[in-house]
Design a protein around this ligand. Sequence first.
Ligand code: GTP
Ligand code: ZN
Length: 351
Amino acid sequence: MGRPARRGCRGARVSRRMDSRSDEDDVRVRASRHGSRPRTRTRPTHEEAVPGLVIAVDRGRMTVRVEGPGGSPVDVTAMRARELGKHGVVVGDRVRLVGDTTGRTDSLARIVTIADRVTSLRRTADDTDPTERIVVANADQLVVVTSIADPEPALGFLDRCLVAAYAGGLSPLLVLTKSDLASPQPLLDRYAGLEVDAVPMSREAPLDELVTRLRDQMSVLVGQSGVGKSTLFNRLIPGAFRAIGDVSKIGKGRHTSSSAVLLDLPGGGTLIDTPGIRSFGLAHVTPQDVLAAFDDLAEAAVDCPPACGHTAADPECALDAWAAQGPPAARERLGSFRRLITAVGQLTPGH
Ligand SMILES: Nc1nc2c(ncn2[C@@H]2O[C@H](COP(=O)(O)OP(=O)(O)OP(=O)(O)O)[C@@H](O)[C@H]2O)c(=O)[nH]1
Ligand SMILES: [Zn+2]
């Protein structure tokens, strides 16, 4: 897994123009390490900071949903406080705000803390660039939209999405669109060993099964161009284009926006669209990250030699013995797991 992100506002420098809610008592004067001139430092506690959920990010401006008067949600525009340093804020982050949290036009709040992320969907620009970008924080599931035909399923992309989901702590859910054009069975068979949940879908098919799976979950939607993602999104959230324009303050709909946007589902739960994400570089992922998502395999792999790549080419991999002793399904599961980690070639050390 990735490095744990640094949190809080330890040792942060904060401007004296801080708003009244910041903790002035905590302002301390210390000698600078580099000279005798005292420097003002603060360690704000931000006890009065307002909790909120980041629902859109656009060029340094965040839209944060907070609980307004009477419990109704209010969307507040906010920026990162300088004290957060290089901490990025992404959609799904649970944050605390100070400043003007009324959400009135032209009001601006400051994000002073970011809660530890429970899950993080990450990617790198490509497989060799180790710079991680967090796409979405705290989502429960990654909904991978793939058409069964027109265009043909992009199996490589699908495998990559699964790896990114497992590595980030999200459950994958496959939505197999255009099932009116071909049978979803070959794809279902392909992932049977991994026990990936899948829902066949078409423009005309009822949404109930999918709505049930999305209920009470924070879900991220990914999919390549032309698979029917917009069609699905607009069925799930009627008027979504307009809503995205509103929350992202871009005003022209998702196709002009490259960042993720979180919207409420009418049936409960939230859906995050990721229009800018068409690929998943996985330079940050190791076979161990993927293995951790499969309890049975992870348990069996404790007998593997250190740095085992867990592929068929690793002669002492304990997963071979585990599969040999188990039922046929165990062999199928191991085969699927290995195909997944091998499909994203660089995940296998030395290959
Ligand atoms: N046969 C069939 N066609 C579909 C279905 N869903 C969507 N389409 C068609 O597939 C095409 C692409 O659909 P979109 O919803 O625009 O696909 P998208 O994934 O959002 O693609 P981008 O806009 O490029 O991101 C359109 O012509 C849709 O009418 C389906 O269930 N069955
Ligand atoms: Zn192994």
